[in-house]
Design a binder for this molecule. Structure first.
Ligand SMILES: C[S@@+](CC[C@H](N)C(=O)[O-])C[C@H]1O[C@@H](n2cnc3c(N)ncnc32)[C@H](O)[C@@H]1O
Length: 466
């Protein structure tokens, strides 16, 4: 795109035009339509301009241009056949930071005057970047051909109903859906025909129908960190949500994928440092849902795996608000893929168990005798602090001391670190390597497969330890 399309408000502001011929007269007419106060400089004026001056509609400053005439101008248009004069005007205007247009000379312009289709208040501007005014006019004729002459009445209708739509429909999505159904519905023809009362009653009915559409909470899994592991559904919802309620494990790259004007609320939880209690989070979701918002509650990994998604779903549904679940790639699956660790492996690991190192009272709870039987994989979430106690339990219940264990920090991200060791020494190795978390621990023969992923070849090397 060569130029930024923008519409200038020049109402009541001085606009200088250099030139008094037919071309200048056309530009002046345009400036007057937009409410500009036109000052003109030219030794001669065509009769229509002389009449405007006589009637006081425009002001004839002088016969000749002098740079001080530019002072205070909102913009300047040079419409003379004298290229040296035009260049002088352009230079002086640019020096003062005043937007300048030189008719038919794009190189001297800082703005273009586009061809326009005027269906006030709807205004369509067409630019060819100065390449061909004739092409711009051809495009304008084609657009004019299919747009109703009374298009402005639709804008008036929208303007009339905007405050009501805004106050009755809290969410951007609900308002968008409302206006789409208005413009696809019978109100359009009624308004174009000038039947305002009938158009208004159609809008009233449409608004009543739209008000009954409730807000909803979408519990969305954001995956373990790599934005490419987001599901298509999660991505679509991020692009349309009114509000994103997210926690600590959701990476900034993933939040960047959300709609720019969506509100973001951080309710993050770090081990031992809850910034908002679970009850407060539930209450927040219910409040937003009742306001008719489309809320994406974005959670690291999968919302139903150690994510307290179940509690949020039950609370939201008990309040009568629809709750939709969008699964995410849980840390175990994402990290398994990123490190080449198959969670089950024929002949080596017949089953996999996900446990948390942070049970209800903060201590790890598990069926240790069953887990210590071997031939299986144990994945420990939130297990960094409890790692010495978890490994002790497994050893005490008979799991072999040399069973491989992999601890993966910030898995699937460019900062991923993988530490591999044996069951009886991994807790010390983790301490020595300053693993900070989030970290996942994978215990079992499959942990010996651990490698740094191909995709993450730029990241720090695998640390292999005994
Ligand atoms: C509250 S749990 C949330 C689990 C999440 N719902 C899931 O399905 O992955 C947080 C724990 O998940 C693990 N985790 C999540 N993302 C991780 C990552 N990128 N790297 C390592 N561990 C991760 C860590 O054990 C962390 O302490």
């Amino acid at each position: 795109m060569r130029h930024l399309p923008a519409f200038l408000d020049i109402a009541g502001r001085p606009c200088l035009v250099i030139g008094g011929g037919d071309v200048a007269a056309r530009k002046i007419a345009l400036l007057e339509r937009a409410g500009g106060r036109v000052h003109v400089t030219s030794p001669k004026l065509v009769p229509s301009l002389s009449r405007d001056v006589a009637a006081g509609r425009i002001r004839h400053l002088s016969d000749n241009f002098s740079p001080d005439q530019l002072d205070g101008s909102a913009l300047v248009i040079a419409a003379t056949s004298d290229r040296v004069l035009n260049a002088h005007v352009s230079w002086e205007a640019q020096r003062r930071g005043i937007p300048v247009n030189v008719v038919d000379d794009p190189a001297l312009c800082t703005f273009q005057v586009p061809a326009i289709v005027d269906r006030a208040p709807v205004l369509i501007a067409i630019s060819t970047g100065g390449a061909s005014p004739v092409l711009a006019r051809w495009v304008r004729r084609r657009i004019e051909g299919f747009l109703p002459v009374a298009l402005g009445r639709l804008a008036e209708l929208a303007d009339r109903w905007r405050p009501a739509a805004k106050s009755h429909l809290a969410s951007v999505d609900a308002r968008k859906a409302f206006w789409e159904s208005v413009f696809d519905g019978p109100a359009v023809q009624l308004a174009l025909d000038g039947r305002n009362d009938d158009a208004d009653s159609v809008l009233r009915e449409t608004l009543d129908r739209s008000r009954s559409i409730p807000g909803a909470i979408h519990l969305v899994g954001a995956g373990p960190g790599d934005p490419e592991l987001l599901t298509l559904r999660a991505h679509r919802l991020l692009q349309s949500a009114d509000i994103i309620v997210h926690d600590r494990l959701v990476s900034p790259e993933i939040l960047d994928l959300a709609r720019r004007d969506a509100d973001r609320i951080y309710v993050g939880k770090a081990a031992g440092a809850h910034s908002m209690s679970q009850d407060d989070i539930n209450a927040l979701l219910i409040r937003l849902g009742r306001q008719g918002k489309q809320v994406v509650r974005l959670k690291g990994g999968d919302p139903f795996v150690f994510g307290r998604g179940g509690e949020e779903m039950l609370a939201v549904e008990a309040a009568g608000i629809p709750c939709h679940i969008v699964p995410g790639i849980t840390a175990a699956a994402g990290i398994g893929a990123a490190t080449g660790i198959p969670l089950t492996h024929r002949g080596t690991a017949q089953n996999v168990t996900f446990i948390t190192g942070h049970g209800k009272n903060g201590e790890p709870h598990a069926d240790w005798p069953t887990l210590a039987r071997g031939g299986q994989t144990i994945v420990v979430y939130m297990g960094l602090a409890a790692l010495p106690r978890i490994t002790r339990q497994l050893l005490d219940h008979g799991l072999a001391a040399d069973v491989p264990v992999a601890v993966i920090e910030k898995g699937t991200t460019p900062d991923q670190r993988v530490i591999v060791g044996a069951l009886d020494s991994i807790a010390d190795t983790v301490l020595r390597n300053d693993i900070a978390g989030p970290a996942l621990t994978i215990i079992g023969e499959v942990a010996a497969f651990a490698r740094q992923s191909e995709d993450l070849s730029q990241s720090p090397a695998l640390v292999a330890a005994g």
